[in-house]
Design a protein around this ligand. Structure first.
Ligand code: FES
Length: 380
């Protein structure tokens, strides 16, 4: 049985295709959004298989294409894939830590037709940038930012926010302005993947968030069109959930390095769902007919209180991954919603965070050893 992403019956195409080329990464960020068990999925599609995915995705109606990872620059066929994407008519974005982005590759990516680069920083200070990524990469990232601008790429600077760097938000904005970034994405940590493993250390206080938002608003008033700042509020501090991914199986189609097709980056954290592989199925079959993509599409899957809620069309029940992580059932209402009987779990997390000293326990950095250890723990 095929369901629809929209209440009126029309299934929209996957407008946004994300090619996660590899889970390999030179950084070890404490809030990496890759699945915690990524080391259990070491296989990667070949160049020819990725080209086939891009062609199928474009034929299905995808218009925006992100190349991400891990670190997509670790694939030496990146330029070839960008060129193919350009030929197909995609608008392309490279989502990168910047490590490996030298003059030669920037020239090659420009020639291949790359449209946009999103460069991540962990903080405005070398100390915190290098601590949170467990590398010494701050100076290199700054050089990469200048080179990106020198090659004429529009640039998004991305910085994930949490209790360590929220007090630096003014300095982070200053850094983005000095680098000439056209966009600054200040993405408050969402607690999936590695961020969930480090939630106790990363969760900010409500006061930190309010202060940071006030700083952002002051800058917005003065900098005008120079740089557009996105400040994505963490939904743990809201009382209505976010419309996650704009709906499950509605506009987003992610392809993991090994070819698994995912309705969101962290869908693999939900047990009991089989995510079909592009090695076994066409993208069309996956998007239209797979059980995984249809599982939470539209509104029919909802239980109470979502089912009878007059706001269900707005938030579509919130985030399925968050519902699973906090309640053990991905079909429950996202507990961020204060109509959920599990909302107290969110309140407990933020109350505990406000009382806790972040130095109480060490950070679990993203690396293969920790990935295998955490997945072994989860399966016991
Ligand atoms: Fe998976 Fe929200 S992150 S549905």
């Amino acid at each position: 049985m095929t369901f629809s992403a929209e209440a009126d019956g029309a299934l929209s195409p996957p407008l946004w295709l994300l090619a996660e080329l590899t889970y390999r990464c030179p950084l070890h960020c404490a809030f990496c959004s890759n699945p915690v068990d990524y080391a259990r999925h070491p296989n990667e599609l070949s160049t020819a298989q990725w080209v086939d995915v891009l062609r199928q995705g474009r034929a299905l109606g995808a218009a925006q294409l992100g190349f991400s990872g891990g670190e997509p620059l670790l694939r030496d066929d990146l330029e070839e894939l960008v060129a193919e994407a350009r030929r197909l008519g995609f608008y392309t974005n490279l989502i990168t830590s910047g490590i490996g982005l030298n003059e030669e590759r920037l020239t090659a990516l420009k020639t291949a037709g790359l449209d946009h680069i999103q460069l991540s920083f962990q903080d405005s200070t070398r100390e915190l940038n290098d601590f949170l990524s467990n590398t010494k990469t701050f100076d290199l990232k700054k050089r990469v930012a200048s080179a990106i601008k020198a090659h004429g790429f529009p640039m998004v600077m991305n910085c994930v926010l949490h209790r360590y760097n929220l007090p630096h938000v003014d300095k982070i904005i200053d850094m983005a302005l000095a680098m000439g970034a056209e966009y600054l994405e200040l993405a408050n940590t969402q607690y999936y993947g590695w961020a969930r493993a480090n939630q106790a250390q990363l969760m900010p206080t409500a006061a930190q968030l309010q202060e940071a938002e006030a700083v952002v608003n002051r800058y917005r008033e003065t900098i005008g069109e120079r740089c557009k700042i996105y400040f994505v509020v963490p939904d743990y501090f809201e009382n209505r959930p976010k419309r996650c991914m704009n709906g499950w199986g509605a506009v987003f189609l992610g392809i993991a390095p090994d070819g698994a097709a995912l309705p969101c980056h962290t869908a693999r954290s939900i047990p009991g769902l089989h995510f079909p592989s592009v090695l076994e199925h066409t993208l069309r079959d996956i998007w239209h007919d797979s059980a995984a993509f249809n599982r939470f599409r539209g509104l029919d899957w909802m239980k109470e209180p979502c089912r009878s809620c007059d706001e269900k069309h707005l938030d579509l029940g919130g985030c399925r991954c968050q519902a699973y992580l906090l309640t053990g059932d991905a079909a429950n209402a996202d507990p961020v919603c204060d109509k959920s009987s599990n909302h107290e779990k969110v309140i407990q997390v933020i109350t505990a965070a406000a009382m806790r000293d972040r130095t109480e326990q060490p950070i679990t950095f993203r690396n293969d050893k920790n990935s295998l250890a955490l997945s072994a723990k989860a399966s016991h």
